[in-house]
Design a protein around this ligand. Structure first.
Ligand code: FAD
Ligand code: SF4
Length: 513
């Protein structure tokens, strides 16, 4: 065999560079479903099914096009991990070279490279065209800068792709960023209306996968009566059109808002489709821009949406490849607590946590603020060991691939990297959640209370977090305001809050909170 072309579960790009130079007589494509990819973290059933169904649909298309394909199926379960499966094909087929688009996960990259080394076959890596920048470009931009900030990388990419620009260099509307207009809550009245989501009838492939996952991974978290996510590009495009037609207009305003029993609100729900390469980010961005130019959506909303994809998505990927593998072992705040059990059940009196976790267990989805300012915030202030919370996020979300999950979790949310990703830890008391949602109105705790039977655990832990880490953050100008408020508390108040925190920790350890 001349070349073996590997296609991984998050590389379902129909226009991938991997198709550019194929000799169908002498080359072969290769895909593998292996146990380890669903068990190295305790993956949600929706997540496993989504990847398997996406892969099987892709494989079917390759076969229909007459392309040669080696497909290791989990139904036969011959190989436990990718390295074993690849070693087997290399031994039987003896390819001269192995080719692969850059994997989305350092662990997978390393195992493929090492397997090829072991069998003395050259490993050739191709650029992933589903990103709008390369790790090399990002590194060139980042090198020599004292502090990296998303905003400046985002502006580079706006100029490079001429997105929301006037006369080449000027941002459309005169401003690069409309973040300040994008932080509204639903106040007391709640959302006027919530756009409907789509669902797709499971075809034969998806139905077989659902049965397989329910049988082989029955003890994994989540439920799987129905798969809620697009598995082929046509479905991903329907999801995108739904977002543009029904949600985009209000996306910016309510991007950070939360509401009881409303898991999706105005969010796009396209992250898994983007990450599996069913949708191209440039298509998404240019269509959003078109909606604005056609006066169907305000600039604030469109800019806010584009910043997530052209800005954050590209930025976290650049950082990931710059800082791996070291990022995984960082623990700047020396957090060492176990992950509380309710992260796997949603069974807690804290309504915000219960709402965010239960919807996660049903759909494999929570929106950004639920991840950052509810489940992430609690873990940060409780002091969960960063590796344990990282494994949870990687397991439970359908869009979780390490290049995007890890920087968001360890960097933005847990500050375990000492500020690579965020200029300060995202900490807040229950008052923030109260401002952005109606969770607190439906909770037995009071967000303003830090001590006593009604004390909100977020508020108590907020003060103890500040007290514990005051020395670490004393020179951080963005923490000055919070630390000043801490200084205003009397010794007695601090002592009472600390006593309350001990009670909360004790009750969580006993599974009673
Ligand atoms: P929308 O709110 O509609 O946003 C549109 C798109 O922008 C998203 O689909 C996504 O592609 C992109 N985007 C938005 N925020 C970010 C961000 N911070 N980083 C990168 N891209 C972003 N996103 C993932 O795709 N996979 C993950 O595993 C993941 N883990 C996260 C873990 C934590 C702790 C946090 C705080 C955030 C995480 N995010 C992750 C980012 C973000 O929460 C999700 O992309 C978003 O909630 C997906 O829902 P949506 O498609 O409805 O997004
Ligand atoms: Fe969450 Fe505290 Fe509000 Fe309850 S009171 S919903 S625990 S923030």
């Amino acid at each position: 065999m001349r070349r073996l072309y590997l296609i991984l579960g998050d590389q379902l790009d129909r226009d991938s560079l991997i198709f550019n130079d194929v000799d169908i007589e002498n080359d072969c494509f290769w895909m593998a479903e292996v146990h380890e990819e669903s068990t190295h973290v305790w993956s949600h059933k929706q997540r496993i099914a989504l990847f398997l169904s996406g892969m099987r649909h892709f494989a079917q298309e390759l076969r229909e096009k007459g392309l040669p394909l080696w497909y290791h199926s989990l139904t036969d379960a011959k190989f436990d991990n990718l390295a074993e499966a690849l070693a087997h094909t290399i031994t039987t087929e003896q390819p001269q070279e192995v080719w692969c688009v850059r994997p989305g996960d350092y662990r997978v990259f390393e195992s493929l490279v090492n397997t090829c080394k072991q069998y003395d076959v050259p490993f050739k890596q191709l650029n992933d065209q589903h990103f709008l920048s390369t790790p090399k470009e990002f590194k060139q931009w980042a090198d020599g800068k004292k502090q990296l900030r998303l905003e400046y990388w985002y502006r580079e990419l706006r100029k490079k792709y001429q997105i929301l620009m006037e006369d080449n260099q000027m941002p459309l509307g005169g401003k690069w960023n409309y973040d300040q207009s994008n932080r509204k809550s639903f106040k007391k009245e709640g959302p006027k209306s919530v756009p409907k989501t789509l669902s797709w009838q499971a075809d034969e492939i998806t139905q077989t996968v659902i049965e397989l996952v329910n049988e082989k991974f029955s003890d994994h978290p989540g439920t799987l009566d129905q798969l809620h996510w697009p598995v082929i590009p046509a479905q991903a495009e329907q999801a995108l059109v739904r977002f543009f037609e029904d949600c985009l207009e209000n996306f910016g305003d309510y991007q950070d808002a939360m509401w009881m029993d409303e898991p999706f609100l105005n969010h796009s729900l396209i992250s898994s489709a983007l990450n599996m390469k069913l949708l191209h980010p440039l298509q998404v961005i240019q269509t959003a821009e078109y909606y604005h130019r056609e006066k169907k959506a305000p600039l604030e909303a469109v800019e806010g949406f584009i910043r997530q994809i052209l800005g954050w998505r590209e930025y976290v990927r650049g950082l990931y490849w710059m800082h791996m593998p070291g990022w995984l072992d960082m623990n700047a705040l020396q957090a060492n607590q176990d992950l509380p059990d309710f992260y796997w059940t949603g069974e807690t009196d804290m309504t915000c946590m219960s709402q965010s976790i239960k919807q996660t267990l049903t759909y494999g989805y929570a929106h950004h603020i639920q991840r950052l300012m509810v489940t992430g915030l609690f873990s940060l202030m409780y002091g969960v060991d960063p590796k344990k919370i990282h494994q949870w996020y990687l397991a439970v979300y359908v869009d979780a691939v390490e290049w995007v999950e890890l920087p968001n979790t360890l960097g933005m949310s847990q500050y375990s990297d000492n500020g690579i990703m965020a200029s300060k830890p995202y900490v807040a008391s229950g008052n923030y959640i109260n401002k952005m949602s109606n969770y607190c109105k439906n909770c037995r705790f009071k967000p303003s209370e830090a001590v006593g039977d009604d004390a909100c655990p977020f508020t108590t832990l907020f003060w103890t977090f500040l007290d514990t880490h005051a020395e670490t953050f004393k020179n951080n100008p963005r923490m000055g305001f919070m630390l000043k408020n801490l200084e205003r508390k009397t010794e007695k108040e601090i002592a009472d809050i600390k006593a309350q925190a001990i009670k909360i920790r004790h009750s969580i350890a006993q599974n009673k909170h």
